[in-house]
Design a protein around this ligand. Structure first.
Ligand SMILES: NC(=O)c1ccc[n+]([C@@H]2O[C@H](COP(=O)([O-])OP(=O)(O)OC[C@H]3O[C@@H](n4cnc5c(N)ncnc54)[C@H](O)[C@@H]3O)[C@@H](O)[C@H]2O)c1
Length: 362
């Protein structure tokens, strides 16, 4: 019998990308909840990862996305030095139309039923206010508001982590972590991007920005009357003459067959998730001599923050953990050099090693 679920079962049990520990399909007819919770690994501790609320075209697509995202979280958490495995949940639906209190509470009960094997947080389509609701039914919820014991907006520490990754890139390439006098292009000056610009200006870098939203650009230019200029779009930004670093801080897929050949920067280091549009782009960057700081390594400040929240959020402790992104990024570049592979592949190897060691010691 051939079934549409065959693809998912193949991914789960037989493919290289599979090997997940557990997948939970959740349904609550009263509220209309349909969700998938995927636990890729609990080798390092309870699986941690956000809840994506998205109108998937099919249930199979939702399961496939949950599996893929959960796997990514295992790697991210391992490299962030967290005692957490990787997991992710997806809720099928349009967050603008289908998100109700009843649905979020039902979802919280499903997460609670896992007894702490999975800890949830925000992701695309879910916000701090939603986690406050989920937390009413489930103590394994993080990413809540400060009024409810949470740490709130994670973009401050995400930006700080990216900044540390950038300093490590400068150290590796130019023998000095200082970004003073460097020309840095930031594409997307939203929650993370505008905090990143603050760090860069404070250190004396010259910053070029772009954003599709004029108000976002204006906010940054008003805040920094000197040392920041804006260009029309990302295409113009990546072609800017004398650019030292390109920081994609908008959407995924920023590094692709069109953008990589056009890049003038020597370093790519930014907050956006899934920057490499397809496998092989990391090699194209390496072939052009462009140093790529893997996205999931340098943007881990947010997950470091939500993990810290579980122990009673402490900003200074968390900032100290996020500062270690500097050392981790350097270690990845060193491994890439010694193994003769791109940094993205080196990051994966280091993460896999940490998970294997944890499994072996159990
Ligand atoms: N917020 C976090 O803590 C966090 C953590 C890890 C990763 N990330 C990733 O970092 C990226 C930015 O996150 P954010 O929270 O700042 O989101 P955001 O929505 O606040 O900011 C994104 C900005 O990019 C702009 N943008 C969208 N398309 C663009 C385009 N084509 N060209 C130029 N600008 C464009 C938007 O107008 C917006 O101002 C996302 O990829 C996100 O997944 C964020």
């Amino acid at each position: 019998m051939t079934d549409v679920s065959d693809g998912v079962l193949h991914t789960l049990f037989r493919s290289e990308q599979g090997g997940h520990e557990q997948v939970v399909l959740c349904q609550d007819r009263a509220s209309g909840l349909k969700a998938v919770i995927a636990l890729h690994s609990t080798a390092l501790g309870p699986a941690l990862g956000g809840t994506r609320f998205y109108p998937y075209a099919t249930e199979e697509e939702a399961v496939a996305d949950a599996l893929n995202l959960a796997r990514g979280m295992s790697y991210k958490n391992a490299l962030a030095g967290l005692d957490h495995g990787g997991g992710k949940a997806v809720i099928i639906g349009d967050p603008g139309k289908d998100k109700t209190e009843e649905l979020l509470l039902a979802y919280g009960r499903f997460v609670a039923s896992l007894g702490g094997r999975y800890v949830t947080a925000c992701d695309v389509g879910t916000y701090v206010a939603d986690m406050d609701v989920v937390a009413r039914e489930c103590r394994w919820t993080t990413g809540r508001s400060p009024e409810n014991g949470g740490a709130g907006d994670s973009s401050v520490l995400t930006a700080f982590g990216v900044y540390q990754g950038m300093r490590a890139s400068a150290q590796h390439l130019w023998g000095d972590p200082s970004l003073r006098g460097r020309r840095i292009g930031v594409a997307g000056v939203g929650k993370v991007g505008h905090h990143l610009v603050d760090h860069l200006r404070k250190e004396g870098a010259e910053v070029v920005i772009t954003d599709v939203r004029e108000d976002a650009v204006r906010r940054v230019l008003d805040r920094h009357p000197q040392g920041v200029t804006a260009v029309a779009d990302t295409g113009a930004l990546i072609r800017t003459e004398g650019l030292d670093v390109y920081a994609p801080c908008a959407l995924g897929g920023a590094l692709n067959d069109d953008s990589v050949p056009a890049l003038t920067a020597a370093v790519v280091c930014g907050a956006a998730n899934n920057q490499l549009a397809h496998p092989g782009v990391e090699k194209d960057l390496a072939d052009r001599g462009i140093l790529y700081a893997p996205d999931y390594v340098v943007n881990a400040g947010g997950v470091i923050q939500v993990a810290d929240e579980l122990h009673g959020f402490d900003f200074d402790r968390c900032r100290a953990k996020a500062a270690k992104i500097f050392d981790t990024t350097l270690a990845i570049f060193a491994r890439a050099k010694s193994d003769g592979i791109p940094p993205a592949a080196a990051a994966d190897r280091i993460a896999e090693q940490r998970m294997a060691e944890a499994r072996a010691s159990r």
